[in-house]
Design a protein around this ligand. Structure first.
Ligand code: KG4
Ligand code: ZN
Length: 345
């Protein structure tokens, strides 16, 4: 007799994507629906929490209904409802959490609470059949930059995090300074293709020899001073810069951020004797970062295996939520209807 797969409905509303997905046995993606709000936040150059929350409220039920329809399952086939309840914008998270609790109650299904950052990591493990642990995991997103020691999908020890801006936030802010479109990461990556990464020596903040923490506010300020002068009283040179000058700034900035990310990941991997390096989060979509981490893993002694989230699952999605929830389902780690959103993770 064929054993029925464990089908989990995942829900994600932590920031500016409303997403739902059905994943079987943690690996088989039956559906993935994402309603992006990029267009709504574009003109503000960043996510506006109230606008995000309102858009989630409008989108959440159509997105869930579409995910279930695309998966070709009925509510009876769903074994559990999983939701990212932390970290993120509370007024955004609450929309997903409320929807998940409502469905869990109405359909009489177990509820599973998922940490959004841990879920990002899961995206990197999705396709791997033979995961060698321990792994060091770098999560680089718009709101977070973290290094974890990963002993299993559910056992994650935080090794380091950003003390100020997240890597993605720095990309977004520097794109704003350079008057490039939002979201800044892809725009900087595109502009940097034609630029010289050695044109400008922006600072690499290492925070001491052994530190695994990150700081990206200094480099963002360095770009600002470069464009406006040290006292910020100079004219904004960006408007009169050539495309080449903008490309050089973008490439030099990107190279500096990546140098720091790669160096710290290398330090962490050496410290814990990692067999594998996992990369996830929105900034993991960056090709330069992927290439440089691959080079680091190839040249390490002994070599390490790099596992990177597929591009469509680097930025926020619900596949990662439903996938990680499978391990919690097996371990019977369920939440109850008192589940609340939490801003910090
Ligand atoms: O993980 P994510 O979708 O949302 C959060 O959890 O924050 O990450 C979004 C971030 C944004 O800051 C965006 O600029 C950045 O990921 N990003 C990139 C690239 N694509 C998205 N950063 C650098 N290069 C990219 N190609
Ligand atoms: Zn995220």
């Amino acid at each position: 007799m064929q054993v029925k797969s464990v089908d989990i409905l995942g829900i994600e509303t932590s920031c500016d994507e409303t997403a739902a997905a059905v994943v079987a046995d943690g690996k088989i993606i039956k559906s993935s629906v994402i309603a992006s709000q990029n267009k709504l936040h574009e003109k503000y150059g960043g996510v506006v929490p109230e606008i995000a929350s309102r858009a989630h409220i409008e989108q959440i039920y159509p997105v869930i209904a579409e995910a279930i329809e695309q998966a070709g399952v009925s509510k009876d086939d769903i074994d559990a409802i999983a939701v990212a309840n932390q970290p993120g914008l509370t007024i955004a998270l609450v929309v997903g959490v409320t929807a998940a609790k409502t469905l869990a109650l109405a359909w009489d299904k177990p509820l599973i609470a998922i940490n959004h950052l841990h879920a990002h990591l899961q995206s990197a493990m999705l396709a791997e059949e033979n995961l060698q642990l321990p792994a060091v995991a770098l999560i680089v997103s718009g709101g977070h930059t973290c290094l974890y020691e990963c002993l299993s999908p559910l056992e994650l020890e935080l090794l380091g995090f950003t003390i100020d801006d997240a890597a993605g936030e720095a990309f977004d802010k520097v794109a704003g300074i350079l008057k490039l479109p939002y979201p800044g990461g892809p725009a900087i990556e595109e502009a940097a293709k034609k630029g010289n990464p050695n044109a400008i020596k922006f600072p690499r903040s290492m925070l001491g020899r052994d530190s695994l923490d990150f700081s990206f506010s200094g480099i963002k300020t360095a770009v600002l001073y470069y464009c406006r002068g040290q006292d910020m009283k100079g004219e904004n040179k960006v408007d009169s810069m050539s495309e080449q000058e903008i490309a050089d700034i973008a490439a030099s900035f990107q190279a500096a951020v990546i140098d720091v990310l790669v160096k710290k990941t290398q330090r962490a991997a050496e410290k814990i004797g990692a067999e594998t390096v996992l990369l996830g989060g929105g900034v993991a979509a960056n090709n330069q970062l992927r290439t440089r981490l691959q080079q680091m893993c190839d040249s390490a002694v002994p070599q390490k295996k790099l596992l990177v989230a597929p591009k469509q699952y680097c930025t926020d999605n619900a596949v990662m939520v439903a996938s990680l929830a499978y391990y919690k389902f097996k371990a019977k780690l369920f939440a109850d209807l008192t589940l609340e959103p939490k801003a910090s993770g």
